[in-house]
Design a binder for this molecule. Structure first.
Ligand code: GLA
Length: 381
């Protein structure tokens, strides 16, 4: 957690509201492997990072609530009895969403003043949205003693995303952000919602994120479309989710499914297996198998699930050609954001230099590099 961020938020809060707030840190996440499997009741392998959102909040004596997004210098003032959500297409939807979803459970949220800021690079696919949702619901839970469990809070965050932001996301981001554990990644079964923490030490390799610094427009609609395809095929094959579909059964149904849909569903089934094999490889400290699985995952996301883009493919292709990079793939929903790479520590600087130059020459824009550490989930500071 970035101490300067906490200081910045605290000082602004005290200047603006002359009160001592409670403060929450909620992290962004990475995902080792298991992409687009969460909403199919499958397996994912995320971890919370040291980059996240800090929110300071306190009850308000006014009849309105005020929320400051410090990084944007924007403020939202709304009244609880006139909390009609507006489709703003901005961070404000997350605030309306979380407050409204809490209220739908019959819980009373009073007026409050909040200030938040973060250091998750925007558009990086590290889920600043889940971090914000969790930070707010966690803060309101403490402030108004709502007696919500962590499990209930992540469902509120997810519903805010579904009903106010319009992305029919799975549970991975909210789960990882809420339950993250220092130096660990969580092997999460999205069907049972049970997670097994794995200590992560890839020495002599290290995780390097490379941000394409692009976010293509179709990402949200394409995301929802993918989800629909999966649900359609699940229904067609008589299972409640793709988790219940075997490779054999999918193969036997191949004549009733379009080639594109077949490939997408096949990807999901194969990705679930890759997550399992990745976990087994961690146990054996078999870094070569882990790396190979990352490349395979990217291949599936690119050619079968069709959620990659030329910038992401470029970065993964370059990684593949470098003997010091053992694995790489796009991370998150796709159509931009980051790749996750396993790079030999001693060669990280050279690899960065090489990529930076080639990326700039090819796309006339900069890419960015992040080395994150794996951190604790949403908590009071
Ligand atoms: C986004 C969603 C997650 C998950 C990933 C893809 O981050 O919010 O629920 O589906 O995409 O794995």
């Amino acid at each position: 957690m970035n101490k300067n961020l906490v200081k910045k938020v605290r000082e602004f809060y005290q200047r603006e509201f002359t009160a001592t707030p409670i403060e929450i840190f909620s992290p962004g996440r990475i995902n080792l492997i298991g992409e687009h499997t969460d909403y199919n009741d499958g397996f994912v392998f995320p971890a919370a990072t040291n980059k996240g959102i800090v929110i300071a909040l306190q009850k308000s004596t006014a009849t309105t609530s005020t929320v400051w997004a410090l990084d944007k210098s924007e403020v939202l003032i709304f009244s609880q009895d006139n909390k009609q959500p507006k489709e703003t297409g901005s961070w404000k939807d997350y605030v309306y969403g979380v407050v409204s979803e809490i209220q739908k459970l019959g819980k009373q949220v009073g007026d409050f003043n909040a200030v938040f800021a973060g250091d998750i690079p925007s558009g990086s696919g590290m889920s600043s949205s889940a971090a914000l949702e969790n930070a707010l619901v966690f803060g309101l839970n403490s402030l108004f003693d709502l007696q919500l469990s962590r499990a209930e809070m992540i469902l509120i965050s997810q519903r805010a995303e579904h009903n106010y932001v319009g992305v029919k996301c799975g549970i991975m981001d909210q789960y990882a952000s809420m339950y993250g554990k220092e130096n660990h990644a969580l092997l999460l079964d999205c069907k049972t919602m049970e997670a097994t923490p794995f200590k992560i030490d890839f020495n002599p390799y290290e995780i390097l994120l490379i941000n394409t610094n692009v976010k293509h427009n179709l990402s949200e609609s394409a995301y929802n479309e993918r989800r629909k395809v999966c649900e359609k095929v699940a229904k067609q094959t008589g299972v409640s989710s793709l988790r219940g579909l075997s490779l054999e059964k999918l193969y036997l149904s191949r004549n009733t499914i379009s080639t594109e849909d077949y490939q997408k569903v096949l990807y999901v089934l194969e990705e679930n297996r890759r997550v399992y094999h990745f976990a087994e490889a961690i146990k054996r400290k078999d870094i070569h198998t882990m790396g190979a699985l990352l490349f395979q995952s990217h291949n599936g996301l690119r050619n079968q699930y069709n959620v990659s883009c030329s910038e992401l493919d470029f970065l993964v292709d370059k990684a593949k050609k470098n003997e010091y990079v053992i694995g790489a793939r796009m991370m998150g929903g796709g159509f931009g954001g980051c790749t996750i790479n396993l790079v030999a520590k001693c060669e990280i600087d050279n690899f960065k230099k090489e990529i930076a130059t080639h990326y700039k020459n090819t796309f006339q824009k900069e890419c960015s590099f992040y080395q994150v550490s794996l951190a604790k989930g949403t908590h009071r500071i």
